[in-house]
Write a protein that binds this ligand. Structure first.
Ligand SMILES: Cc1cc2nc3c(=O)[nH]c(=O)nc-3n(C[C@H](O)[C@H](O)[C@H](O)COP(=O)(O)O)c2cc1C
Length: 187
């Protein structure tokens, strides 16, 4: 595999000590060779979606994110579950991105990971995110699903993902995403 695959990464947590952000930082050590990751930073500065703001022009950060997504081969979401759904900041970012043309997610391979301190690992948020991505016309990878339960026991105080089973699953999902990228490109 040549070094040509780039994957944008969207983390749904703004928290400095975020377990989800810690997992995202591990991707380059777990992915097949030849993949680079592009974290989409600055979600905290995206304003609440408001059509009046949009009519004056989309915020620069939203346009920047859209361009990074369009020019990436795929997107990985790694997000907590809030109240059985996706965090509001993530939904807000997606609402903004949905207003841009050309649509950044259309035909884009996407993988989803959730990490939570709870025992279901954010499973319920996954299906809400899938529903939104359906409207955005993304191609969401089905398997393997990654729902990291009891995240506090799997990530060290230094932010290292220490759980070997989770590391292997993430490596498998990133390899599967690489396969989806190739299938979409060939279709
Ligand atoms: C507003 C709020 C709602 C939450 N709701 C859920 C939930 O529905 N399910 C769950 O498993 N954990 C829930 N949690 C706990 C999160 O799993 C936990 O805070 C996790 O560490 C957040 O991810 P992060 O470490 O990446 O910030 C909630 C936390 C907050 C702050």
């Amino acid at each position: 595999m040549t070094d040509t695959i780039s994957i944008a990464v969207i983390c749904g947590s703004l928290r400095q000590g975020s377990f989800n952000a810690a997992i995202a930082r591990e991707f380059s050590t777990l992915a097949p060779t030849g993949i680079s990751f592009r974290p989409l930073d600055g979600m905290e500065s995206i304003p609440h979606y408001n059509a009046d703001i949009q009519s004056q022009g989309c915020p620069a950060i939203v346009r920047d994110w859209a361009e990074i997504i369009r020019s990436s081969d795929a997107v990985v979401f790694v997000t907590p579950e809030y109240n059985y759904s996706i965090p509001g900041v993530l939904k807000n970012a997606l609402d903004w991105l949905s207003r841009l043309s050309p649509p950044p997610f259309s035909g884009k391979p996407v993988a989803i990971q959730t990490a939570s301190v709870g025992m279901l690992g954010g499973a319920r948020a996954q299906y809400h995110l899938r529903q939104v991505l359906l409207y955005l016309d993304a191609f969401v990878l089905n398997k393997p699903e990654i729902m990291i339960a009891d995240a506090a026991s799997k990530i060290s105080a230094q932010g290292e993902l220490t759980d070997e089973t989770t590391r292997r699953l993430i490596a498998e999902q990133l390899a599967a995403l690489q396969g989806l990228i190739q299938r979409v490109a060939a279709s």
